[in-house]
Design a binder for this molecule. Sequence first.
Ligand SMILES: *Cc1c(COP(=O)(O)O)cnc(C)c1O
Length: 329
Amino acid sequence: MAEFGQTFTDQMAVSRFTHEQWSEVAVQPLGPFSLHPATHVLHYSSTCFEGLKAYRWADGSIHLFRHQDNIQRLRNSAQALCLPVPSAELLESAILAAVQAVTDDIPALPGALYIRPTLIGTESHIGAAGRGSKEALLYVITSPVGDYFAGGVRPLKLLIDDENMRSTPKFGQVKTGGNYAASLGSVIRARAEHGADQVLFCPGGQVQETGAANFILIKGNDLITKKLDGSILPGITRNSILQLAQDLGLVVHEIDYTVAELLSWAPDSEAFLSGTAAVLSPVGTLVYQGQPHQVGDGGVGNRSMQLRDALTGIQHGLSPDLHGWTTAL
Ligand SMILES: *Cc1c(COP(=O)(O)O)cnc(C)c1O
């Protein structure tokens, strides 16, 4: 299987918002769109997206994981970007149509079909800098993905950045390209200057998240992660892991905490990043002001792997779905 993000199925689902209404969802061959050079999204970044997965269980049935949560989050993002907000019904029908069109291309476990719903402002009007796009395009593309950890799990090295922000205090909860653009410079410098895999954004010394994943720490029987306050993305993987941690008897703390606290906890903790693509990626080292700080023994924590197995067990239909997170197609 090719690198994540570059292999696509050959069908996509599309709906357009013009004259105040959404068109019926159409499934069409994956291919380029034609956009006027004055298109709103190209100038004013009116764009948001989602990422979720469909799994083919051992019995051949196909299941989505918590797709209603992705739908609600895309609607929240659209609202924040002053884009036309698609109904939950429209979004669900676009996601289902995109998956149903390519069921033969869904890989066997532990592979999955990664689903990328995307919404962009398509009004061609460069004078509309101060208002939302009145036209929009919703499309859902899909990508077969393999086992993220096929080459074994390598603990990540994170650079702690306490100067830059990946977003603003309230826009951090919006899944929009602008937040990624804002964090790129810091991430590229971290890679070049410190050999870091990712940046842990901690503006003003307050721990938030990385550019594309939530950050979670486990110390003894306590799970610690930043509370949702608009500055970080409300990850669905994050939320699932917090629930499963509680089920396993861990005490969950959604709190504000500082870099100093994080570094004091690190030696006897485990840490990981959470998100749909990688599920859960262990963090072995934190770099702060040029100094490396090992997390636990620098390897992959037992609790982390226990949580990852609990989550993938439900996603893969191997353990009972006690929280009603999966939906059969
Ligand atoms: C998508 C994303 C996440 C992870 O969200 P999931 O719903 O778990 O996939 C975390 N942080 C950022 C900034 C993201 O864009």
